[in-house]
Design a protein around this ligand. Sequence first.
Ligand code: PEP
Ligand code: MN
Length: 355
Amino acid sequence: MEFRRKDRPFVIAGPCSAETREQVLETAEGLKDLNVDLLRAGVWKPRTRPGNFEGVGEEGIEWLREAGNAIGKPISVEIANSNHVELALKGGVDVLWIGARTTVNPFMVQEIADALKGTDVPVLVKNPVNPDVELWIGAIERLQSVGLTKLGAIHRGFSTFQKSPFRNSPNWNIPIELKRRMPDLPIICDPSHICGSRELLAEVAQKAIDLNMDGLMLETHRNPEKAWSDAAQQITPVQLHNILSELVWRNPNAIDMEVQAKLEELRATIDGLDRDILDLLFERLSVSRNIGEYKREHNITILQHQRWNEILHDREAYVQGKELSQRFLNRFLEAIHEESIQQQTQVMNAKKVKE
Ligand code: PEP
Ligand code: MN
Protein backbone atom coordinates (compact mmCIF):
# COMPACT_ATOMS: atom_id res chain seq x y z
CA MET A 1 0.00 0.00 0.00
CA GLU A 2 1.32 3.43 -1.02
CA PHE A 3 -0.01 6.23 1.18
CA ARG A 4 0.45 8.65 -1.66
CA ARG A 5 -1.27 9.31 -4.99
CA LYS A 6 -0.34 11.48 -7.93
CA ASP A 7 -3.75 12.89 -8.75
CA ARG A 8 -5.17 13.88 -5.34
CA PRO A 9 -4.69 13.39 -1.58
CA PHE A 10 -4.76 9.83 -0.21
CA VAL A 11 -7.96 9.72 1.86
CA ILE A 12 -8.73 7.62 4.93
CA ALA A 13 -12.31 7.81 6.18
CA GLY A 14 -14.68 5.98 8.47
CA PRO A 15 -16.01 6.28 11.99
CA CYS A 16 -13.97 7.12 15.07
CA SER A 17 -15.28 3.86 16.56
CA ALA A 18 -17.01 0.78 15.25
CA GLU A 19 -20.26 0.77 17.26
CA THR A 20 -22.58 -1.74 15.61
CA ARG A 21 -22.45 -3.88 12.47
CA GLU A 22 -25.14 -1.72 10.84
CA GLN A 23 -23.36 1.53 11.67
CA VAL A 24 -20.10 0.28 10.13
CA LEU A 25 -21.81 -1.14 7.02
CA GLU A 26 -24.02 1.89 6.46
CA THR A 27 -21.19 4.37 6.93
CA ALA A 28 -19.01 2.39 4.51
CA GLU A 29 -21.83 2.31 1.97
CA GLY A 30 -21.89 6.13 2.06
CA LEU A 31 -18.15 6.18 1.31
CA LYS A 32 -18.30 3.66 -1.53
CA ASP A 33 -18.39 6.13 -4.42
CA LEU A 34 -16.18 8.80 -2.83
CA ASN A 35 -12.45 9.28 -3.35
CA VAL A 36 -11.67 7.24 -0.26
CA ASP A 37 -8.64 4.93 -0.37
CA LEU A 38 -8.80 3.29 3.04
CA LEU A 39 -11.63 2.59 5.47
CA ARG A 40 -10.98 3.18 9.17
CA ALA A 41 -12.67 2.41 12.49
CA GLY A 42 -11.33 2.11 16.03
CA VAL A 43 -12.26 -1.10 17.84
CA TRP A 44 -10.05 -0.55 20.92
CA LYS A 45 -10.50 3.04 22.04
CA PRO A 46 -7.99 4.83 24.29
CA ARG A 47 -10.31 7.08 26.33
CA THR A 48 -8.95 9.86 28.50
CA ARG A 49 -11.23 9.09 31.46
CA PRO A 50 -12.49 5.63 32.51
CA GLY A 51 -16.16 4.78 32.30
CA ASN A 52 -16.60 5.81 28.66
CA PHE A 53 -17.20 3.55 25.67
CA GLU A 54 -13.90 1.72 25.13
CA GLY A 55 -14.61 0.02 21.83
CA VAL A 56 -16.35 -3.20 20.77
CA GLY A 57 -13.09 -5.15 20.43
CA GLU A 58 -12.38 -8.01 18.07
CA GLU A 59 -15.97 -8.28 16.82
CA GLY A 60 -15.63 -4.82 15.25
CA ILE A 61 -12.89 -6.14 12.96
CA GLU A 62 -15.36 -8.61 11.45
CA TRP A 63 -17.84 -5.81 10.71
CA LEU A 64 -15.12 -3.68 9.19
CA ARG A 65 -13.83 -6.59 7.06
CA GLU A 66 -17.36 -7.20 5.81
CA ALA A 67 -17.82 -3.48 5.06
CA GLY A 68 -14.47 -3.26 3.27
CA ASN A 69 -15.32 -6.26 1.10
CA ALA A 70 -18.76 -4.82 0.34
CA ILE A 71 -17.38 -1.55 -1.01
CA GLY A 72 -14.08 -2.89 -2.34
CA LYS A 73 -11.75 -0.90 -0.10
CA PRO A 74 -8.94 -1.92 2.28
CA ILE A 75 -9.43 -1.49 6.04
CA SER A 76 -7.46 -0.15 9.00
CA VAL A 77 -7.70 -0.17 12.81
CA GLU A 78 -5.69 1.28 15.69
CA ILE A 79 -3.48 -1.16 17.57
CA ALA A 80 -1.83 -0.42 20.90
CA ASN A 81 -0.17 -3.69 21.95
CA SER A 82 0.97 -7.08 20.64
CA ASN A 83 -2.40 -8.70 21.37
CA HIS A 84 -4.14 -6.11 19.17
CA VAL A 85 -1.59 -6.77 16.42
CA GLU A 86 -2.28 -10.48 16.52
CA LEU A 87 -6.06 -10.05 16.45
CA ALA A 88 -5.94 -7.43 13.69
CA LEU A 89 -3.75 -9.60 11.46
CA LYS A 90 -5.92 -12.65 12.15
CA GLY A 91 -9.00 -10.60 11.20
CA GLY A 92 -7.53 -9.57 7.84
CA VAL A 93 -6.89 -5.90 8.58
CA ASP A 94 -4.87 -4.35 5.73
CA VAL A 95 -3.28 -1.37 7.49
CA LEU A 96 -2.54 -0.77 11.16
CA TRP A 97 -2.14 2.58 12.87
CA ILE A 98 -0.48 3.45 16.14
CA GLY A 99 -2.42 6.07 18.13
CA ALA A 100 -1.03 9.26 19.64
CA ARG A 101 -1.22 7.90 23.18
CA THR A 102 0.86 4.88 22.18
CA THR A 103 3.55 6.68 20.16
CA VAL A 104 4.61 8.43 23.38
CA ASN A 105 5.61 5.10 24.92
CA PRO A 106 8.77 3.45 23.52
CA PHE A 107 8.00 0.20 25.40
CA MET A 108 4.64 -0.14 23.67
CA VAL A 109 6.02 0.82 20.28
CA GLN A 110 8.81 -1.72 20.67
CA GLU A 111 6.31 -4.40 21.69
CA ILE A 112 4.27 -3.65 18.55
CA ALA A 113 7.40 -3.64 16.38
CA ASP A 114 8.46 -7.03 17.78
CA ALA A 115 4.99 -8.45 17.11
CA LEU A 116 5.19 -7.27 13.50
CA LYS A 117 8.66 -8.64 12.81
CA GLY A 118 8.73 -10.88 9.76
CA THR A 119 5.64 -9.27 8.18
CA ASP A 120 5.56 -6.24 5.93
CA VAL A 121 2.20 -4.92 7.05
CA PRO A 122 1.66 -1.23 6.27
CA VAL A 123 1.68 0.87 9.45
CA LEU A 124 0.81 4.51 10.04
CA VAL A 125 2.27 6.23 13.09
CA LYS A 126 0.35 9.09 14.65
CA ASN A 127 2.36 11.88 16.25
CA PRO A 128 2.82 11.59 20.02
CA VAL A 129 0.39 13.73 22.05
CA ASN A 130 3.27 15.95 23.15
CA PRO A 131 5.03 18.14 20.58
CA ASP A 132 8.22 16.07 20.32
CA VAL A 133 9.45 15.24 16.84
CA GLU A 134 12.20 12.96 18.18
CA LEU A 135 9.65 10.68 19.83
CA TRP A 136 7.70 10.52 16.56
CA ILE A 137 10.85 9.70 14.59
CA GLY A 138 11.91 7.19 17.26
CA ALA A 139 8.65 5.25 16.87
CA ILE A 140 9.08 5.10 13.09
CA GLU A 141 12.68 3.94 13.50
CA ARG A 142 11.60 1.12 15.82
CA LEU A 143 9.30 -0.15 13.06
CA GLN A 144 11.97 0.27 10.40
CA SER A 145 14.47 -1.65 12.46
CA VAL A 146 12.33 -4.80 12.43
CA GLY A 147 12.19 -4.60 8.64
CA LEU A 148 8.88 -2.84 7.98
CA THR A 149 8.99 -0.75 4.82
CA LYS A 150 5.42 0.36 4.18
CA LEU A 151 5.29 3.17 6.69
CA GLY A 152 3.61 6.54 6.93
CA ALA A 153 2.98 9.22 9.54
CA ILE A 154 -0.25 10.84 10.67
CA HIS A 155 -0.24 14.41 11.93
CA ARG A 156 -3.13 14.73 14.43
CA GLY A 157 -2.00 17.76 16.44
CA PHE A 158 -0.56 18.14 19.95
CA SER A 159 -1.98 18.57 23.44
CA THR A 160 -1.74 22.03 24.87
CA PHE A 161 -2.86 23.65 28.06
CA GLN A 162 -3.28 26.93 26.27
CA LYS A 163 -6.66 28.16 25.11
CA SER A 164 -6.94 27.49 21.40
CA PRO A 165 -9.64 27.04 18.76
CA PHE A 166 -8.25 23.55 18.23
CA ARG A 167 -8.65 20.40 20.28
CA ASN A 168 -5.04 19.57 19.46
CA SER A 169 -2.77 22.37 18.37
CA PRO A 170 -1.45 21.73 14.83
CA ASN A 171 2.15 23.00 15.40
CA TRP A 172 2.76 22.74 11.65
CA ASN A 173 6.50 23.14 12.15
CA ILE A 174 6.68 19.64 13.62
CA PRO A 175 5.38 17.65 10.61
CA ILE A 176 7.49 19.95 8.43
CA GLU A 177 10.56 19.01 10.46
CA LEU A 178 9.58 15.32 10.19
CA LYS A 179 9.39 15.76 6.41
CA ARG A 180 12.82 17.39 6.39
CA ARG A 181 14.32 14.54 8.42
CA MET A 182 12.46 11.71 6.62
CA PRO A 183 11.78 13.13 3.14
CA ASP A 184 10.44 9.89 1.66
CA LEU A 185 7.92 9.19 4.41
CA PRO A 186 4.31 9.97 3.41
CA ILE A 187 2.53 12.26 5.90
CA ILE A 188 -1.23 12.23 6.28
CA CYS A 189 -3.02 14.99 8.15
CA ASP A 190 -5.90 14.15 10.50
CA PRO A 191 -7.95 17.37 10.70
CA SER A 192 -10.63 15.61 12.78
CA HIS A 193 -8.43 15.20 15.87
CA ILE A 194 -6.73 18.57 15.31
CA CYS A 195 -10.04 20.45 15.17
CA GLY A 196 -12.23 18.53 17.60
CA SER A 197 -15.23 20.10 15.89
CA ARG A 198 -16.65 20.06 12.37
CA GLU A 199 -16.39 23.80 11.64
CA LEU A 200 -12.65 24.10 11.06
CA LEU A 201 -12.13 20.83 9.17
CA ALA A 202 -12.13 22.24 5.64
CA GLU A 203 -9.69 25.00 6.53
CA VAL A 204 -7.23 22.64 8.22
CA ALA A 205 -7.51 20.09 5.39
CA GLN A 206 -6.67 22.80 2.85
CA LYS A 207 -3.74 24.01 4.92
CA ALA A 208 -2.38 20.44 5.05
CA ILE A 209 -2.63 20.20 1.27
CA ASP A 210 -0.97 23.60 0.88
CA LEU A 211 1.91 22.31 2.99
CA ASN A 212 2.25 19.41 0.58
CA MET A 213 1.04 16.67 2.88
CA ASP A 214 0.17 13.44 1.13
CA GLY A 215 -3.28 12.73 2.45
CA LEU A 216 -6.10 13.25 4.90
CA MET A 217 -7.77 11.15 7.59
CA LEU A 218 -11.30 12.37 8.28
CA GLU A 219 -13.66 10.70 10.73
CA THR A 220 -16.96 9.92 9.05
CA HIS A 221 -20.15 8.54 10.60
CA ARG A 222 -23.64 7.85 9.29
CA ASN A 223 -25.06 9.91 12.16
CA PRO A 224 -22.25 12.01 13.71
CA GLU A 225 -24.34 13.67 16.46
CA LYS A 226 -25.19 10.24 17.85
CA ALA A 227 -21.63 8.86 17.68
CA TRP A 228 -20.40 7.01 20.78
CA SER A 229 -17.03 8.79 20.63
CA ASP A 230 -15.80 12.10 19.14
CA ALA A 231 -19.33 13.14 18.14
CA ALA A 232 -18.46 16.83 17.71
CA GLN A 233 -15.78 16.25 15.07
CA GLN A 234 -17.29 13.55 12.86
CA ILE A 235 -19.03 14.29 9.57
CA THR A 236 -21.43 12.44 7.30
CA PRO A 237 -20.21 10.89 4.05
CA VAL A 238 -22.02 13.71 2.20
CA GLN A 239 -20.17 16.34 4.22
CA LEU A 240 -16.93 14.50 3.48
CA HIS A 241 -17.74 14.59 -0.21
CA ASN A 242 -18.32 18.36 0.02
CA ILE A 243 -15.03 19.01 1.82
CA LEU A 244 -13.06 16.86 -0.63
CA SER A 245 -14.64 18.43 -3.69
CA GLU A 246 -13.85 21.96 -2.48
CA LEU A 247 -10.20 21.27 -1.74
CA VAL A 248 -7.77 23.01 -4.03
CA TRP A 249 -5.29 20.28 -4.84
CA ARG A 250 -2.01 21.90 -5.76
CA ASN A 251 0.61 20.33 -7.95
CA PRO A 252 3.01 18.86 -5.40
CA ASN A 253 5.99 19.40 -7.68
CA ALA A 254 5.32 23.11 -7.73
CA ILE A 255 5.60 23.33 -3.95
CA ASP A 256 9.04 23.04 -2.51
CA MET A 257 8.90 21.69 1.03
CA GLU A 258 12.01 23.64 1.97
CA VAL A 259 10.49 26.88 0.75
CA GLN A 260 7.41 26.12 2.85
CA ALA A 261 9.55 25.28 5.86
CA LYS A 262 11.46 28.55 5.52
CA LEU A 263 8.20 30.46 5.21
CA GLU A 264 6.83 28.79 8.34
CA GLU A 265 10.03 29.66 10.18
CA LEU A 266 9.78 33.32 9.18
CA ARG A 267 6.13 33.40 10.18
CA ALA A 268 6.99 31.88 13.55
CA THR A 269 9.53 34.70 14.01
CA ILE A 270 6.83 37.26 13.21
CA ASP A 271 4.49 35.61 15.72
CA GLY A 272 7.17 35.85 18.40
CA LEU A 273 7.96 39.48 17.60
CA ASP A 274 4.29 40.46 17.71
CA ARG A 275 4.07 39.00 21.18
CA ASP A 276 7.19 40.92 22.22
CA ILE A 277 5.62 44.13 20.90
CA LEU A 278 2.42 43.43 22.82
CA ASP A 279 4.31 42.64 26.02
CA LEU A 280 6.15 45.97 25.71
CA LEU A 281 2.85 47.69 25.13
CA PHE A 282 1.39 46.16 28.31
CA GLU A 283 4.45 47.40 30.18
CA ARG A 284 4.08 50.88 28.71
CA LEU A 285 0.39 51.05 29.63
CA SER A 286 1.13 49.93 33.14
CA VAL A 287 3.59 52.83 33.48
CA SER A 288 0.85 55.13 32.11
CA ARG A 289 -1.52 53.96 34.81
CA ASN A 290 1.11 54.67 37.45
CA ILE A 291 1.52 58.17 36.02
CA GLY A 292 -2.27 58.51 36.20
CA GLU A 293 -2.25 57.74 39.91
CA TYR A 294 0.64 60.02 40.54
CA LYS A 295 -1.04 62.90 38.70
CA ARG A 296 -4.21 62.32 40.62
CA GLU A 297 -2.42 62.44 43.95
CA HIS A 298 -0.81 65.73 42.92
CA ASN A 299 -3.84 67.15 41.21
CA ILE A 300 -2.35 67.42 37.71
CA THR A 301 -4.47 67.19 34.50
CA ILE A 302 -4.20 64.02 32.45
CA LEU A 303 -3.39 65.65 29.14
CA GLN A 304 -0.57 68.07 28.92
CA HIS A 305 -0.21 69.35 25.37
CA GLN A 306 3.41 70.22 25.68
CA ARG A 307 4.31 66.68 26.73
CA TRP A 308 2.36 65.18 23.82
CA ASN A 309 4.19 67.48 21.37
CA GLU A 310 7.50 66.45 22.88
CA ILE A 311 6.66 62.78 22.41
CA LEU A 312 5.77 63.29 18.75
CA HIS A 313 8.94 65.23 17.98
CA ASP A 314 11.20 62.90 19.90
CA ARG A 315 9.84 59.76 18.19
CA GLU A 316 9.95 61.38 14.75
CA ALA A 317 13.60 62.15 15.27
CA TYR A 318 14.20 58.60 16.52
CA VAL A 319 12.91 56.98 13.31
CA GLN A 320 14.73 59.31 10.94
CA GLY A 321 16.37 57.23 8.21
CA LYS A 322 14.46 54.05 9.17
CA GLU A 323 11.96 52.20 7.00
CA LEU A 324 8.83 53.56 8.61
CA SER A 325 6.47 56.13 7.12
CA GLN A 326 5.64 59.35 8.93
CA ARG A 327 1.97 58.55 8.50
CA PHE A 328 2.31 55.14 10.18
CA LEU A 329 4.34 56.57 13.07
CA ASN A 330 1.71 59.23 13.77
CA ARG A 331 -1.18 56.78 13.65
CA PHE A 332 0.72 54.33 15.86
CA LEU A 333 1.61 56.95 18.49
CA GLU A 334 -1.89 58.42 18.45
CA ALA A 335 -3.44 55.00 19.03
CA ILE A 336 -1.11 54.32 21.97
CA HIS A 337 -1.67 57.81 23.38
CA GLU A 338 -5.42 57.43 23.16
CA GLU A 339 -5.33 54.10 25.02
CA SER A 340 -3.02 55.60 27.69
CA ILE A 341 -5.39 58.50 28.31
CA GLN A 342 -8.30 56.07 28.47
CA GLN A 343 -6.52 53.91 31.06
CA GLN A 344 -5.36 56.92 33.09
CA THR A 345 -8.95 58.16 33.17
CA GLN A 346 -10.08 54.78 34.45
CA VAL A 347 -7.49 54.92 37.23
CA MET A 348 -8.73 58.37 38.26
CA ASN A 349 -12.40 57.41 38.17
CA ALA A 350 -11.77 54.23 40.14
CA LYS A 351 -10.19 56.33 42.88
CA LYS A 352 -13.10 58.76 42.88
CA VAL A 353 -15.56 55.92 43.43
CA LYS A 354 -13.48 54.69 46.38
CA GLU A 355 -13.49 58.15 47.97
C1 PEP B 1 -8.57 7.96 16.55
O1 PEP B 1 -8.04 8.04 15.44
O2 PEP B 1 -9.78 7.72 16.72
C2 PEP B 1 -7.75 8.26 17.74
C3 PEP B 1 -8.00 7.73 18.94
O3 PEP B 1 -6.81 9.14 17.46
P1 PEP B 1 -5.56 9.75 18.30
O4 PEP B 1 -4.68 8.59 18.60
O5 PEP B 1 -5.00 10.69 17.29
O6 PEP B 1 -6.13 10.44 19.50
MN1 MN C 1 -11.55 9.68 17.22
